[in-house]
Design a protein around this ligand. Structure first.
Ligand SMILES: [Zn+2]
Length: 276
């Protein structure tokens, strides 16, 4: 499942193929992914050029010179593939294809179809139902110790659950929350409102670090293989806690083992020895 670093890597991978390009044709091979693709989607996109591509949480926002913005979420299994136009027949899960004026086909492929593709006028974007109540970006300036402290102040839920709440911070998924809490040596079971200010400061710094490292790793993978088959897929990152049940904790001086527990229906990986 793509998390923030994968979405950011996808954004960077799409830039050379889309930025400054005109979308000469749109092929919609199904009407619905997770929700309906708007009926006038092709009409609004065709003939427009791409000004820039942004990311908000795990959504891609493709800004067109027509004043519209294509909004895309990769869901559980969505990805983009960049090919030469007409190079091969489409595959079963190729749902939306953008053809550009330099002869490329940018294909949205999504086997499990939890992804989303829609369009919105740029002036309405901030008020769009997907974005209007969103909390701060973990890599943005707004996300700092004071901000996170204010969001955690009255939360009685465990810190693990609070960090997954999109009203606290956006775009953090199960993987990077487990990683950050392990590196910060904070137990995922602690009540969110009980965290001390220095712990919150440390957590903010570590959350940024793990995300930036994963984005860097994605960037290197992108260089390695996007040229080969144009596939902006997911990358195998190295994790310290996530999925490491039974392995030794990586934190210096700790001899503990990573355990897996269930929190709100999802797996949490943590080290009971050093995460207090
Ligand atoms: Zn440990």
């Amino acid at each position: 499942m793509p998390e923030l670093p994968e979405v950011e890597t996808t954004r960077r991978g799409l830039l050379p193929a889309l930025e400054g390009r005109m979308i000469t044709n749109v092929i919609k091979r199904r009407d619905k992914i997770r929700i309906m693709i708007p009926e006038d989607f092709e009409q609004r996109v065709k003939g427009a050029s791409v000004n820039r591509i942004a990311r908000r949480a795990k959504y891609l926002q493709i800004f067109l010179d027509s004043g519209d913005v294509i909004i895309c979420h990769l869901g559980m299994s969505g990805k983009f593939i960049i090919k030469d136009r007409d190079s091969e027949p489409f595959e079963k899960h190729d749902h939306v294809i953008f053809e550009t004026d330099h002869g490329k086909a940018i294909i949205y492929n999504d086997p499990r179809r939890f992804g989303l593709m829609t369009i919105c006028s740029e002036i309405l974007l901030e008020d769009h139902v997907l974005f209007k109540d969103m909390a701060a970006e973990p890599l943005g300036n707004e996300f700092n110790g004071n901000y996170l402290a204010s969001k955690l102040a009255n939360r009685k839920t465990p810190i693990k659950t609070a960090l997954l709440d999109q009203h606290v911070v956006v775009g953090l998924g199960n993987i990077y929350v487990c990683e950050a809490l392990n590196l910060a040596k904070i137990s995922p079971l602690r009540k969110a409102s009980d965290l001390l200010d220095p712990e919150i400061e440390k957590l903010v710094r570590i959350i940024r670090d793990v995300l930036l490292q994963a984005i860097d790793a994605g960037g290197s993978s992108l260089k390695d293989f996007a040229g080969a088959d144009g596939n902006l897929g997911y990358f195998q990152h190295q994790f310290v806690a996530y999925g490491k049940e039974g392995e030794r904790c990586h934190n210096e001086g700790c001899n503990g083992q990573i355990e897996r527990i269930n929190q709100s229906g999802r797996s949490t990986f943590y080290c009971p020895d050093c995460q207090k």
